[in-house]
Design a protein around this ligand. Structure first.
Ligand code: 5GP
Length: 207
């Protein structure tokens, strides 16, 4: 199916605990022509992490230069390290007819919408069924202290308050339904008139 159409950037934004990574992984593993974006960072690789797989690891000076050269679609400083989405990586992927998933928050999503043409971006906000359920999920993971959970709950409210900025909203109540909803979005977006045009033109002109 690919080869003709241009890919699109699929922004997935969600509060931590909403099930975003599970949904993104599901798409990449079970569907063709869609990949996860690999960000560039100045932080050191953690044990087991590989350059070009988890991140592209570069030095701070190099990152600064890349900022000056406008090499990033968006970037942010998190806990003293820089993280960014490379323009070139995204462009090469879209040009190949592959969709690329960007796992970013509402602020990153805003920057991406400013940097890319509208037709290249599809944005989805994944929301938990309720704040109560989100808290239960975070507590159930057993990863965070109650202080961290309170912080995550505040971030979650902030993230969810921006729902109007997204093209699609998936309420991730049941993970199977969440997967089906996300897949429906990707499939429908691939079938829009503009994305189908070159293929249909070939068919209608007799090739
Ligand atoms: P970690 O160091 O744990 O892999 O990531 C730390 C934080 O950086 C996470 O909150 C993650 O979402 C964020 N992050 C990773 N890549 C990017 C990116 O390309 N752009 C932005 N804005 N944040 C990123």
């Amino acid at each position: 199916m690919s080869g003709n159409r241009r890919g699109f950037v699929l922004i997935l934004s969600a509060p931590s605990g909403a099930g975003k990574s599970t949904l993104a992984q599901y798409l990449v593993k079970n569907y063709t022509d869609i990949v996860n974006s690999i960000s560039t960072t100045t932080r050191e690789p953690r044990p087991g992490e590989k350059h070009g797989e988890h991140y592209f690891y570069i030095k701070k000076e190099q990152f600064q230069k890349e900022i000056e050269n406008s090499s990033f679609l968006e970037w942010a400083e998190v806990f003293g390290n820089y993280y960014g989405t490379s323009k070139a990586v995204v462009e090469e992927t879209l040009a190949k007819g592959t969709d690329i998933i960007l796992d970013i928050d509402w602020q990153g999503a805003r920057l991406i919408r400013k940097s890319l043409p509208k037709e290249d971006v599809v944005s989805v906000s994944i929301v938990p069924p309720s704040l109560k359920e989100l808290r239960l999920r975070l507590e159930g993971r057993g990863q965070d202290s109650s202080e961290t959970i309170d912080k995550r709950m505040n971030q979650a409210s902030e993230e969810m308050s921006h729902w109007r900025e997204f093209d699609y909203l998936v309420i991730n109540d049941n993970i199977e339904e969440g997967k089906a909803d996300l897949l429906a979005i990707v499939r429908a977006e691939r079938l829009t008139r503009d994305r189908m045009a070159s293929q249909i033109e070939k068919i209608t002109s007799g090739f």
